[in-house]
Design a protein around this ligand. Structure first.
Ligand SMILES: *Cc1c(COP(=O)(O)O)cnc(C)c1O
Length: 387
């Protein structure tokens, strides 16, 4: 199909929830993608931090195909090796005690929020159910995670919402003000993605973690976007020197297949028990085999390379005319530019570069395997567009 045909079908039959760029991506290699008309693009978006090894990675494909040659799905009534193995890898790498698998970031957060309420219910009774989330946060599109999303724009039309969710500015005093005595959990993104690639202040995150511990309030780190090597460490919270009780992740975890994971640490280990939660597809063997390949390859050496690439990109970007500020952490990069970010993204696309936006910022989330040549090609397009 050519682009016009694809666009016509989509416009006729697909729900109108997405404002799409006028491109149909059909293939590629690493961070160089091809569209339906044979045009090439440098990919600084990774399908929103999903394709951590870019397109067509040989070892990743082999892991997926090997599993497809065995069995594609196993009900959670039975055991399956890829799920057990992935849980072991995640626990051994992070110190988590147990993992629940879902299919998306929203579901991973839904699981975390439910688990926090159950933890508190069993210990303190049903009145202690408040969730505190941060202003500007994004946690997903299910009703509970949408409620926990601290941006009014997402809330229009969909009420009534889940009760007992409050929003705080990223300051401990404000968290304490809205928390009262009935709070069971605080959910944060160490680096807020959708609201503009803002890394939370380290001091606030440290103080919050202490406060949570002292008050037996569970600290949930939403690493759906910032995790899986994106920020230069396996998870971004590591760079904040904190020990969260629950960590959620998704996007890049399986390198391009749908998966979500909710990791339970220490006191939260038994936050969910038999029959409390479940998912038909959660922990799907193909997705888990892919994720085992991803986590297995995010070695300390690989992560050092990611840090090097991030430093390279950031140094170059700092020097560009039209870049006022470079934000975020590692390969999760926000750019404050002196004009509408959407306009920059459209101009980049026309010149063969895929970038994302987040509110007023241009957002860059390149594949972690991007080569120096690909980075330089993308940077030169961005430089031209911004100047
Ligand atoms: C993308 C995202 C989500 C939602 O993930 P889905 O897979 O789209 O449900 C939740 N939290 C954060 C921080 C995200 O970036």
């Amino acid at each position: 199909m050519n682009f016009q045909e694809i666009q016509r079908l989509d416009g006729t039959y697909v729900a109108k929830t997405y404002a799409r760029y006028p491109v149909a991506l059909v293939g590629g290699k690493n961070a160089t993608l091809t569209d339906s008309e044979g045009r090439e693009y440098i990919d600084f978006g990774s399908g929103i931090a999903v394709n951590v090894f870019g397109a067509n990675d040989e070892a990743w494909k082999k892991a997926v195909i090997d599993q497809l040659n065995k069995i594609q799905h196993v009900s959670n009534y039975y055991y399956a090796e890829p799920q057990s193995r992935l849980a072991q890898m995640l626990c051994e790498r992070t110190g988590a005690k147990r993992v629940f698998f879902s299919n998306s970031g929203a579901e991973a957060n839904e699981c975390a929020l439910k688990a926090a309420r159950r933890y508190s219910f069993l210990k303190y009774g049903e009145e202690r159910d408040r969730i505190v989330s941060l202003k500007g946060s994004f946690h997903g599109r299910t009703l509970f995670t949408l409620t926990a999303t601290g941006q009014d724009a997402f809330h229009k039309y969909f009420g009534p919402f889940v009760p007992d969710v409050s929003y705080a500015a990223p300051e401990l005093a404000d968290v304490m003000r809205v928390a009262g005595s009935d709070t069971c959990a605080v959910i944060i993104e160490c680096v807020q993605g959708e609201s503009g690639v803002n890394a939370l202040p380290a001091r606030f995150v440290g103080e919050l973690a202490d406060w949570c511990r002292r008050n037996d309030v569970l600290l949930i780190c939403d690493e759906v976007q910032s995790g899986n090597g994106r920020c230069g460490t396996l998870y971004a919270y590591e760079q904040y020197g904190i020990s969260p009780d629950i960590v959620t992740t998704a996007k890049g975890l399986a390198g391009g297949l749908p998966i979500g994971a909710c990791l339970f640490f220490g006191r939260a280990e038994d936050a969910l028990g038999a029959g409390d939660h479940g998912s038909t597809f959660g922990g799907n063997p193909v997705a888990c085999a892919a994720a085992c390949n991803v986590i297995g390859r995010l070695t300390p050496g690989f992560l050092l390379e990611v840090q090097g690439k991030a430093a390279y990109l950031r140094a170059k970007l700092q020097g560009f005319d039209g870049v006022r500020e470079v934000t975020g952490l590692g390969m999760m990069i926000g750019l404050t530019v002196g004009r509408p970010a959407k306009e920059v993204a459209a101009a980049c696309l026309e010149r063969g570069l895929l970038v994302l936006t987040a509110h007023e910022r241009v957002r860059l989330l390149p594949p972690l395997t991007i080569t120096k040549t690909e980075m330089d090609e993308g940077l030169s397009i961005l430089k031209e567009v911004l100047s």
